[in-house]
Design a protein around this ligand. Structure first.
Ligand code: NAD
Ligand code: UDP
Length: 347
C-alpha cells in the first residue's frame, strides 16, 4: 500500500517508516519538522534502502493537507504528528488543541474527501491517568489529567465517531506505554530538545556527560523500591506494531479498535538505571565508565505510582507482541546516545 506517515521524521515515526518499508509498503512522509530533523529521514532512508519522500506541511494548514491528498492517492495513513510534552501542554493548552486536534480534523477531512479509509493513530497510555489497578487493559476507565492527554482522547473519540459514521472507514488506535531505545544501528533515535522530560533520554544524557545527575521524582511511592514503575517498550517493537496494524487493516475492517502497546512488565526508575549501567558494562565493556548518579527529589506533579499494560489484545487482534527486553532497550539507547552525543544537531 502507499502510506502517508504524518510525523514520520520524528522519533517513533522514523523507526516506523523503516518497518513499513520492510513490510513492502511505499512510504510518504508529511512533517513540518517542528520537532525533528531532515537528518533522521536521510538516515532512515539509508537503513531501509529506499526513499521516503517528504512533504513539509503543517497539519494545521488544512488547504495544504487537502492539496496533498488531491495530488497523491494514499491507501492508508499512520498519524504520529503531534506535540507531546505534558508540562508544555499545561502552559500552552490552546497550542496543543490547535496542533493535535485541529491537525487531526484536517487530516480526517482530507481522508474523507479523497476516499482514504484506513488509519492507524498514535495514542498514549496517558489516557488511563492513575489507573485503579495494573496491568491496565483497554477497557479501563479513561481519566486524562492534562491537556496533552485530552488532545489524545478527543482525537480517539473523533476517529471512533468517523468510523461509526462510515462503515467503510477503519482505524486502529494504538496506546503506547513508554517508548525507549533506538534502532540497533545507532543511526536514529530520540533527540529531545532542551532538558529531557522523559526518564531514558535523561539517563542517557547523564551517562554521556551532558548532565551531572538524575533527579528521581519521589522515593516513597508504594512500589517495589519506592520509585515510579512504568512499562518501557523498545521503539523498534513499537514501530513493528504499526506495520502489523497496517497489514491487519489491509485485509480486514477494524471499526476503531484500540490496542495497548507495552511489554506487560513494570520496571521502577532505579531498576531501569541499574539495568542501563549493567547493559553498558556488558555490551560496551565500559566497566570504569560513568555511572548514573541519582538523587531522590520531590515527586513530579501529576505523576502516578505504577502503570503497565495488559498487552494481550494486540496479540489477539494484530498478532503483535514485544520481543525486546530491557537489556536491549538500554544497549540500543546507549549506542545511539554515545554515537550522537548531541543528537542530530551535530550531524
Ligand atoms: P516526535 O516529536 O519525535 O514526532 C512527532 C513528529 O510530528 C515530529 O517530527 C514533528 O515535527 C511532527 N509534527 C508535530 N506537529 C506537526 C504538525 N502540526 N504538522 C506536521 N508535523 C507535525 O514524537 P514521537 O515521540 O515520535 O511521538 C509520535 C507520536 O506518538 C505522537 O503523537 C505522540 O503524542 C505519541 N506518543 C509518544 C510517546 C513517547 O513517549 N514518545 C508516548 C505515547 C504517545
Ligand atoms: N522520572 C524521574 N526523573 C526524570 C524523569 C522521569 O524520576 O528526570 C520518573 C517519573 O517520575 C516516572 C518515570 O521516571 O516514574 C517515567 O517518566 P517519564 O516521564 O519517562 O514517563 P511517564 O511518567 O510519562 O510515564
Amino acid at each position: 500500500m502507499k502510506i502517508l506517515v504524518t510525523g514520520g521524521a520524528g522519533y517513533i515515526g522514523s523507526h516506523s517508516c523503516i518497518e513499513l518499508a520492510a513490510s513492502n509498503h511505499q512510504v510518504v512522509i508529511l512533517d513540518n519538522l517542528c520537532n525533528a530533523s531532515l537528518v533522521s529521514i536521510a538516515r532512515a532512508e539509508k537503513l531501509a534502502g529506499t526513499r521516503f519522500p517528504l512533504h513539509r506541511i503543517d497539519l494545521r494548514d488544512g488547504e495544504a493537507v487537502h492539496r496533498l491528498f488531491e495530488r497523491e492517492h494514499f491507501d492508508a495513513v499512520v498519524h504520529f504528528a503531534a506535540l507531546k510534552a505534558v508540562g508544555e501542554s499545561v502552559e500552552k493548552p490552546l497550542d496543543y488543541y490547535d496542533n493535535n486536534v485541529v491537525g487531526s480534523i484536517h487530516l480526517l477531512q482530507a481522508m474523507r474527501a479523497h476516499g482514504c479509509k484506513r488509519l492507524v493513530f498514535s495514542s498514549s497510555a496517558t489516557v488511563y491517568g492513575n489507573p485503579d489497578s495494573v496491568p491496565v487493559n483497554e477497557d479501563a476507565p479513561l481519566r486524562v489529567t492534562n491537556p496533552y492527554g485530552r488532545t489524545k482522547l478527543v482525537t480517539e473519540d473523533m476517529i471512533r465517531d468517523a468510523c461509526a459514521a462510515d462503515p467503510q472507514f477503519s482505524a486502529i488506535l494504538l496506546r503506547y506505554f513508554n517508548p525507549v531505545g533506538a534502532h540497533p544501528s545507532g543511526e536514529i533515535g530520540e533527540d529531545p530538545r532542551g532538558i529531557p522530560n522523559n526518564l531514558m533520554p535523561y539517563i542517557c544524557q547523564v551517562a554521556v556527560g551532558r548532565r551531572d545527575h538524575l533527579g528521581v521524582f519521589g522515593g516513597d511511592w508504594p512500589t517495589v523500591d519506592g520509585t515510579g514503575v512504568r512499562d518501557y517498550i523498545h521503539v523498534v517493537d513499537l514501530a513493528r506494531a504499526h506495520a502489523d496494524a497496517i497489514n491487519a487493516l489491509e485485509y480486514a475492517r477494524h471499526p476503531a479498535t484500540t490496542l495497548n502497546l507495552g511489554t506487560g512488565q513494570g520496571i521502577s526508575v532505579l531498576q531501569l538505571v541499574r539495568a542501563f549501567e549493567q547493559a553498558r558494562v556488558r555490551a560496551f565493556e565500559q566497566a570504569s565508565g560513568r555511572k548514573v548518579p541519582c538523587e531522590i527529589v520531590a515527586r513530579r506533579a501529576g505523576d502516578v505510582a505504577a502503570v503497565y499494560a495488559d498487552p494481550r489484545r494486540a496479540k489477539e487482534v494484530i498478532g503483535w507482541q514485544a520481543a525486546r527486553g530491557v537489556d536491549e532497550m538500554c544497549v540500543d539507547a546507549w549506542r545511539w546516545q554515545s554515537r550522537n552525543p548531541e543528537g542530530y544537531g551535530a550531524a
